[in-house]
Write a protein that binds this ligand. Structure first.
Ligand code: GLC
Length: 437
């Protein structure tokens, strides 16, 4: 049977306690409470997160040694005893976390989220509840502590990813049907979350993943969130323990949600380090994704899959640098922006902060560009990167830039900041049936 990694609710668990992950039972989708209201003090806790817009996701663990993505153990059915040997070879560079944090800050990211434990079950942190953790194997270091310290040193917010699914724990496979195993496993999960929330000072984000094979009551998710908030009153929590949480987590897509949301996305096609996955998105594509998240009130969590020693792959680093340089010039069009009701543009998109409209031009038209549905009055326009004024004319609902330079003044995306007399909203376009007129 083919295990479909993309769809958590189709994930199967094996009934046997054997090391291989042979699937036998489908998951219940029942009792998901993902529409439940956010936890208390949501508005207060979410302030910084809504402004931050851009974060780094890090998928790193024993699987990085294999170089075949984070799902290697599951997809290849690698026996547990064989896989565990990797823990004896995992010896990261001494300063890997500093490299990540510096790269993240230089990329214009405002927070980082690290896989403290991925589906393989190996913990990068020191745990009293298992020996299967970095400090008790070849690494001999608490890698999560190094991550926390490095992120803070660069002024970045700190996020912990934690996979609820655990291919290593003997009770995980039995948890669905065996109450005693479930009790032990869920206690283990809560216990580890307690460790993570207690031992590293202030943590800003908790990022659950893969609530397989239980439902929200099976995981005791409400109790879980209560504990987390008690230990970390300012933290924000995602929705992947099957409660609504503070924000939703569309994956590999920038599709907007009504409430707070964050799009997590790979730069190539895989989360963990993968030899020869060279299907890298271009810097322009990555920036477009970031801008479109900002337009629709979301954040962008862009993944890096470090090599086994912790080094960032050159192709990722190069893209991070391009993004960072662009954000140094154009960050005002992304950070702290608000949802923008300006959906239609043929050569670019729009973001907004207060009464300022940012016109992001993806495909430079040369000389002349027209914005449709713009009935507000424009006070001034300038290129965001250089501050150079941009000539404009308003004709009915058209805002026209008639004298643009032939070549784009900035790359990969040139931005014009337009100061308006009120919140710029795109009015009905006569050609758009979906737009009320
Ligand atoms: C998917 C992947 C998982 C990854 C997560 C990040 O659920 O299966 O491995 O950690 O996405 O969002």
């Amino acid at each position: 049977m083919n295990l479909n990694r993309r769809d958590c609710l189709k994930w199967m668990i094996s009934g046997a306690s054997g090391a291989a992950l042979s699937p036998v039972a489908t998951l219940p989708a029942a009792d998901s409470k993902q529409n439940s209201p956010p936890p208390p003090e949501h508005e207060r806790r979410m302030q910084w997160w809504r402004q931050a817009k851009f974060g780094m996701f890090l998928h790193w663990g024993l699987y990085s040694l294999l170089g075949r993505d984070a799902w290697a153990m599951g997809d290849e059915d690698i026996p547990l005893q064989e896989y565990e040997q990797l823990a004896m070879q995992f010896r990261p560079l001494p300063n890997m976390a500093q490299r990540w944090a510096r790269a993240a800050r230089a990329a214009g990211m405002r927070y980082m989220v690290l896989t403290t434990k991925h589906h393989e079950g190996f913990c990068l942190f020191d745990s009293q509840l298992t020996d299967y953790c970095a400090p008790k194997h070849a690494a001999s270091r608490d890698l999560v502590r190094e991550f926390v310290e490095a992120a803070r040193a660069e002024g970045l917010r700190v996020g912990f990813y934690y996979s609820l699914m655990d291919w290593h724990h003997p009770d995980w496979r039995k948890a669905k049907d065996d109450a005693a195993a479930r009790g032990r496993f869920v206690d283990y999960t809560h216990g580890q979350l307690r460790e993570l929330m207690s031992n590293y000072g202030k943590i800003d984000i908790l990022w659950y993943d893969m609530p397989v094979p239980l439902d929200a009551s099976g995981w005791r998710s409400e109790e879980m969130n209560r504990m987390v908030l008690q230990l970390q009153p300012d933290i924000v929590i995602n929705n992947r323990n099957l409660l609504g949480g503070d924000f939703a987590t569309p994956e590999q897509s920038t599709q907007a949600g009504k409430a707070d949301w964050e799009s997590c996305m790979t730069m190539n096609d895989t989360w963990g380090y993968t030899h020869n996955d060279n299907n890298w998105k271009s810097s322009q594509q990555l920036l477009q994704n970031l801008v479109e998240c900002a337009r629709d009130g979301g954040n962008y969590l862009l993944n890096v899959g470090p090599q086994p020693d912790g080094g960032i792959p050159a192709a990722s680093l190069e893209r991070l640098q391009t993004l960072g340089r662009w954000l140094e010039r154009n960050g005002a069009a992304v950070y702290e922006t608000e949802r923008c009701s300006f959906p239609h543009g043929n050569i670019g998109v729009y973001t907004r902060k207060g009464n300022t409209l940012f016109v992001h031009i993806y495909f430079w038209p040369g000389q002349r560009m027209t914005v449709g549905g713009a009935k507000f009055k424009v006070h001034s326009a300038r290129f965001l990167a250089s501050g150079m004024p941009v000539k404009f004319v308003q004709r009915d609902a058209q805002l026209i830039f008639p004298e643009l330079p032939l070549e784009p003044p900035d790359k990969p995306i040139a931005v014009i900041a337009v100061e308006c007399d009120r919140e710029p909203v795109q009015e009905a376009l006569s050609s758009r049936a979906d737009h009320p007129s």
